[in-house]
Write a protein that binds this ligand. Structure first.
Ligand SMILES: *[C@@H]1O[C@H](CO)[C@@H](O)[C@H](O)[C@H]1NC(C)=O
Ligand SMILES: *[C@@H]1O[C@H](CO)[C@@H](O)[C@H](O)[C@H]1NC(C)=O
Length: 420
């Protein structure tokens, strides 16, 4: 375009401008040469950029990394643990080392995608630096608390100035002054607000045995986290093991309300779960800017062997399950005592379809780890006699460290590249 106009003005040039025109004329081949050369230089690199595949995600950062792979001994030399029994963010009932349980085996998760490599342990200093000035919130039940403890303890290894932080309704949390990072867990076992309403007239109790109801407001987040969505840059949500009749037996049932009125006809627990997840996910999608990272982690399985938690069920073992044992242990169709995680996960997956949430599937990798629970090492005298073994929560350090490594890889990728 510009060249054509230059040529036109050349032919129309008058004599006083002739010398200038000659200079232009002389420069013309030179200009052309520059154009052609730069085209040769620029084009191939452009083409190359277009055809070369995108940079591969680091091991652990791809969604499939947690759902296809196997446990292997941590490749040597095994790095020293990032924390131990004295981590101040610990919760006593997950602190198996202090409670006398032999250490959980040093195993790493090798995703099928990573060609034999394992998910690397979180680089706590690098993670804090990348998270500078940001806040990571966890909301849900004690299995998310399990994860929060492992994350807090790992990050503290890179910032000894870390201190407890429990504001804004947080149940447990830490502030890391070195990079101005906050990580906190908000305990909201059903996510939605729920209230115990006892029957007022005791005579009525005798009639049908119902002592009262747990009113669940499906459209209202629990007070513990209702105002925090705008505060966090990353949110990791879960719920699951409270949605059963042993937490809410039929004398104290869950009754679901919407807009202040009971939902008619009344919802089953499982339908209530679906409605609550949908409603909480859409609340978060609405409240949080779309660029924030929203992760929903699936429930991890229990490993009761020989009976339910209140029937002498046990998990005193250091043996991992084999792949071909998983179906009989966990597939709900077999009706085993540990079927609840997969049952709940199916509802979660369905309810989150179409939301901004990314599902982080920690279930499959955890199903192998029958060796990872506190079992009888609960740190309280008589706890086993009263509550049975704990084959649902996880020793820390232990399996939740690998959850942390996988989440850290995904969060780090998000911090570096934005919404991927
Ligand atoms: C989690 O991954 C396993 C293994 O691929 C799969 O069978 C299961 O359906 C997944 N669960 C969810 C909720 O995505
Ligand atoms: C559990 O084990 C104890 C001690 O062996 C026994 O007395 C009790 O009956 C068992 N309980 C059940 C429900 O099997």
């Amino acid at each position: 375009m510009r060249r054509k106009r230059a040529a036109a003005s050349l032919s129309a040039a008058s004599s006083p401008e002739a010398s200038a025109m000659r200079r232009l004329h002389l420069r013309f081949p030179f200009l052309l040469l520059i154009l052609v050369t730069s085209a040769i230089l620029v084009l191939p690199s452009r083409l190359a950029r277009r055809v070369s595949p995108p940079e591969p995600l680091p091991c652990g950062a791809a969604p499939s990394d947690s759902t296809a792979g196997r446990w292997v001994p941590t490749p040597g030399p095994v790095p020293p643990p990032l924390y131990g029994a004295s981590c101040p963010f610990h919760r006593n009932s997950y602190n198996c080392l202090r409670n006398g349980r032999p250490p959980v085996a040093a195993l790493s998760w090798a995703p099928a995608r990573c060609g034999g490599a394992v998910v690397p342990r979180i680089d706590a200093a690098g993670f804090l630096a990348a998270a500078r000035g940001r806040r990571i919130g966890l909301v849900g039940d004690s299995l998310n608390e399990n994860l929060a403890v492992a994350l807090l303890c790992a990050l503290r290894s890179a910032d000894p100035g870390a201190r407890k932080w429990k504001r804004r309704g947080a149940w447990r949390g830490g502030y890391f002054p070195r990079e101005d990072v906050t990580v906190a867990f908000h305990r909201a076992v059903l996510l939605a607000k729920y209230t115990w309403l006892p029957v007022e007239n005791p005579e009525e109790v005798q009639k049908d045995g119902i002592k009262g109801i747990h009113r669940v407001d499906v459209d209202t987040p629990a007070d513990e986290w209702i105002d925090v969505t705008k505060f966090y840059d990353v949110l990791i949500v879960n719920t699951g093991h409270w949605w059963g009749t042993y937490k809410f037996p039929k004398e104290k049932p869950l009754v679901f309300y919407r807009g202040g009125e009971p939902i008619e006809p009344p919802l089953s627990i499982s339908d209530g779960l679906k409605v609550v997840i949908k409603s909480m996910a859409s609340y978060i999608d609405r409240e949080m800017p779309s660029k924030t990272l929203k992760l929903w982690r699936t429930q991890s399985p229990r490993h009761f062997y020989g009976g339910e938690w209140d029937r002498n069920g046990s998990c005193v073992t250091d043996r991992l399950l084999e792949e071909d044992e998983l179906e009989s242990w966990f597939d709900p169709r077999h009706g085993g005592v540990n079927r609840d995680a997969r049952t709940v996960n199916m509802v979660i997956q369905e309810a989150l379809a179409g939301s901004d949430f990314r599902l982080v599937n920690l279930t499959y990798m955890s199903e192998f780890r029958a060796d990872g629970h506190p079992a009888t090492w609960l740190g309280k005298k008589d706890a086993v006699a009263v509550y049975g073994q704990d084959c649902m929560h996880w020793c820390v350090p232990g399996v939740p460290d690998t959850w942390v490594d996988i989440l850290a890889a995904q969060i780090l990728h998000y911090f570096k590249h934005g919404k991927g």
